[in-house]
Design a protein around this ligand. Sequence first.
Ligand code: FBP
Length: 260
Amino acid sequence: MRPLGNSPLVRNDKTLVLAHDHGLEHGPKQFGGVEERLDPREVFEMATHDAVTALAVGKGLAETYYPSYEDDVNLLAKLNGGSDLWMGDPYSPQNWSVDYAAELGADAIGYTIYPGVNRETDMFEDFRPVQEAARDHDLPIAMWSYPRGQAVKDHRTRDIIAYAARIGLELGADFTKVKYPRDKEAMEHAVNAAADNRVLLSGGSKTSDRDFLELVADCMDVGVSGLAVGRNVWQRDDPYDILDKLDEVVFEGASADDVL
Ligand code: FBP
């Protein structure tokens, strides 16, 4: 694997990114039942938990809230994003630069690519200067690799997720975040397809503690490097309890049964 130096993103060679870009990507509807978490401080507090190696947020949250947390939270600067009000071909415009993220104290860069969309060439080209600027600043890059578009009839098949993982390696990411391809063997195939690139599991919509922890344990078992998770943590009544459990499953190799 490409060495990451002393990157705080990795502990015991594993990573847990708490993702909180949903206010942009999905909108306030995602906060139904947990409206108090519309206040980003609630999620920045969660990111101070030992299990969280970085918090992924966009520019506005980084500018406004990160200064109060920079001693306790590692910032993964999510550089692009779009709302789900947009109904055209999927595309994720960049809204801040690597230089500005570095100025704000970022520890890593995050960037979404939608392989397969009509504007795939634009997205790949947009990523090039981001990737190279991140290298200049010695910041690791996590790619959200989410195949979409007319040619992608089912975005979670074995082949499509392996392809998504491989694209992260090919375009020069350090971590590639993919959705779960429905079974453990298919996830192992994706990890193999990514070769020395670190694959992160994308959390998905909230499920039960058991379902979620079994999924995470299965993925860790086949060589996934960790996860980037949002709703399965901050939509829970007790996010700190699931973070305690994830700490053991992700970093200590515990099973779901061990921690439940
Ligand atoms: P979750 O763990 O809540 O699924 O978050 C992961 C994530 O990649 C977020 O960073 C992002 O906002 C969201 O999923 C995008 O999901 P989609 O593009 O499928 O709506």
